[in-house]
Each structure stands twice: as structure tokens, then as C-alpha cells.
Design a protein around this ligand. Structure first.
Ligand code: ADE
Length: 362
């Protein structure tokens, strides 16, 4: 059924496509930069950033060697700064491994930092004319409505199924225009929130959702279950130049990875010291650290933390903790990003004051 949309959609695009700076000269570099900027930002907001960015970094070489500060300054206001950092990392890879030329290959594009299936498909089809799908949120809305699909578009399997359907129909002679036409009709006609302009849609007679009166109900997005909040107290335990880590259980969240020792709840200094003594350790000094948060898909950790220096004792190994040289963690023991805020403290030298005072009244 989707086969029938190709011709009317392309004719509509020929007549109605907006003039956008990245469309005028769709080189891989320009398409890539624009698609990354457009990932979380509206077209009108992107325009001035795109022009400024291209003036500052006219090609992939200029971007690869730019000072990070200048890059982040140009990105200021767009948000999601990892996009900018990934742009630079990818630019460096293109220069170093691809001799400054983007690979005309979907899989190779997909392997680059910051490039997912949508962006790889957009670059491959728009810049290289390779007939591969590029399915983003807008396209998912258009396709859900055309096919009256009630499937949850937040599920990867649903996105993959739509990608396969597009793969079947994408015209080999106009792959890039077809990609952009789907995006464009989602942006201008098949818009969300009860404002779809079905009367001026070139695909209205083919649209199942319209026939069934379901346009405003689609696409379906099942809200993910609410996250469980867990409070944890994370400990940076130091003995000389060594820090304590431990292995997480082989099943469940972050299975088998190493972690900083942590306890359930937000504990006071006194409670932490008690727990450490129960583990057979001899704390000398304790210092509270800043709070931190980490969001997983189903759980959110709200963390408080302490750095504690320990006296070296014979019982240390019995605690079940592993005492390692701080610099070893990065090389040998994979530590999940959830602990990043506290892993940064693994090298700090603790002051004397805190626990010395505390000891008086423990
Ligand atoms: N949104 C994402 N990609 C786009 C493109 N190439 N043109 C217009 N809007 C977009």
C-alpha cells in the first residue's frame, strides 16, 4: 500500500519544499551538521546556528582541529552539548581514518559517534543518494497515520519495521528527495497535536487514519513506566593510594560491573562510620561529598556521598571489597557512568578536620 505514496509525495515535495541552507548544497558535511543540529531543535532555530557554524568551520578539517571552547561557544543556546563534542570526535575520525571524506556507506556512517540509524540514513540518502531509510519522530508520525498503525512508536522494533517498509519503496533515483519529502510533509502538513492539515495533504486519499477518523489519535506513544527512585550513599574509601571498589552481582542493573561501595538510603556520617566498622574497617576521617543523580531507564539513583580514609588493617580484605590503585580503575575495572561524579574523587587527599572533631562525640 505504501508504494502508492511515492509519486504524489515527490510531486508535492517538488512544489512545496522549503528553501533551507543545507538543501541548497547537500554535501555530506553540510547534511551531517544540519541533521545533528536538527535532532533536538526546530528548523527556524537551527538556521542562524547552521550559517554561523559553517562560516567558522567550513569543512571537516577545520572542525576536527577547532578548539573545544570555540565549538561550545558556537553551540551555546542549542543545548545537548554532547552533540557538539561528538561532532568534533567524528570530524577527527573522518580526517584520520577516511582521509577527510565521509564514507558513502550506511554501516560506516552508523559506526561514527553521535550518528544513529536516522542520521546515517539521512546522510546516506540525502548526500550520497543511497536508497536507505531515515526514520525519525516526524516520519514515524506520518507512517503511523498512513497505515493506521496503533503500534507504540517509542519501541525500537516498531521503528525497525517502518524502516523495512520504507526500504521497500524508496526510489533509487530520488532517494534523498524521498527522505526529505517524508520529513517535510511531517513538518508542514502531517503535524502533531490536532493540527494536521489533511485538506491540503497530497496523500489524504491514501491515508488509513483519515479514512478511519483516527488522525488525532496517532501515533501511539505508550509512556514508559514511572522510574523508581532509589536513594544511595556512595563511598570513596581510601587507604593510602588505594581505593575500594567491589563487583556488582552477576544479574540485574549494571550486572558484573565494578562500583564504588554504596549503601541504601541517605546516611549520616555516623551511620556510615558504623557500617564501615561492621564491615571490619577502621575509618580515620570522613568528608561529605556533593550530591549526584543518575537516571537509568527504570530507576533513578539520588546519591549522596562521603570520602573516608581508612587505617590499614589486617581485616580489610575480609570486607569483601577490592582495594586497588586509583589509577587502575580506568584501565582494568569498568566502572559505570552512574558513579562518574564520585569516581572523580578517587584521587583526592582528605583533610584532617572533620572526623577528628566527630570522634570526640561518637
Ligand atoms: N528535520 C530533520 N532533518 C531535516 C531536514 N533535512 N530538513 C528539514 N527538517 C529536518
Amino acid at each position: 500500500m505504501l508504494e502508492q505514496i511515492v509519486r504524489p509525495l515527490l510531486s508535492w515535495y517538488d512544489e512545496h519544499a522549503r528553501t533551507l541552507p543545507w538543501r541548497e548544497e547537500p554535501t555530506p558535511y553540510r547534511v551531517w551538521v544540519s541533521e545533528i543540529m536538527l535532532q533536538q531543535t526546530r528548523v527556524e532555530a537551527v538556521r542562524p546556528y547552521f550559517e554561523r557554524f559553517l562560516r567558522a568551520f567550513p569543512d571537516v578539517k577545520a572542525l576536527a582541529s577547532c578548539p573545544e571552547d570555540e565549538l561550545l561557544k558556537l553551540w551555546e543556546g542549542l543545548g545537548y552539548y554532547n552533540r557538539a563534542r561528538n561532532l568534533k570526535r567524528t570530524a577527527q575520525i573522518i580526517v584520520e581514518e577516511y582521509d577527510g571524506q565521509f564514507p558513502a556507506d550506511y554501516e560506516a556512517l552508523l559506526a561514527l559517534p553521535g550518528i544513529g540509524s536516522y542520521t546515517a540514513g539521512a546522510i546516506a540518502s540525502i548526500a550520497f543518494g543511497i536508497p536507505v531509510p531515515a526514520v525519525d519522530g516526524n516520519v514515524l508520525r506520518v507512517l503511523s497515520r498512513l497505515t493506521a498503525s496503533c503500534d507504540d512508536i517509542l519501541r525500537q522494533s516498531v521503528k525497525r519495521a517502518f524502516e523495512r517498509q520504507i526500504q521497500e519503496i524508496i526510489p533509487i533515483d530520488r532517494a534523498g528527495d524521498f527522505t526529505q519529502a517524508l520529513i517535510e510533509i511531517g513538518a508542514l502538513v502531517c503535524v502533531p497535536n490536532g493540527k494536521a492539515k489533511c485538506d491540503s495533504c497530497p496523500l489524504a486519499s491514501l491515508c488509513r487514519a483519515r479514512a478511519l477518523g483516527m488522525v488525532d489519535e496517532l501515533p501511539k506513544k505508550k509512556q514508559p513506566k514511572e522510574r523508581r527512585i532509589e536513594e544511595r550513599t556512595v563511598l570513596v574509601l581510601r587507604e593510602g593510594s588505594r581505593v575500594a571498589i567491589r563487583r556488582r552481582p552477576p544479574k540485574g542493573l549494571l550486572a558484573g560491573l565494578y562500583e564504588l561501595p554504596n549503601l541504601e538510603g541517605h546516611l549520616s556520617e555516623r551511620e556510615v562510620l558504623e557500617a564501615l566498622r561492621e564491615w571490619g574497617l577502621s575509618p580515620l576521617r570522613i568528608l561529605p561529598l556533593a550530591d549526584a543523580k543518575h537516571v537509568f531507564s527504570h530507576v533513578e539513583w539520588r546519591m549522596s556521598g562521603y570520602a573516608v580514609s581508612l587505617e590499614e588493617t589486617d581485616d580489610m580484605e575480609k570486607s569483601g571489597l577490592l582495594f586497588i590503585e586509583a589509577k587502575e580503575t580506568q584501565e582494568r575495572y569498568p566502572m559505570p557512568a552512574a558513579f562518574a561524579a564520585y569516581a572523580g574523587y578517587m584521587n583526592i587527599v582528605l583533610g584532617q578536620e572533620k572526623y577528628e572533631e566527630e570522634k570526640e562525640h561518637v
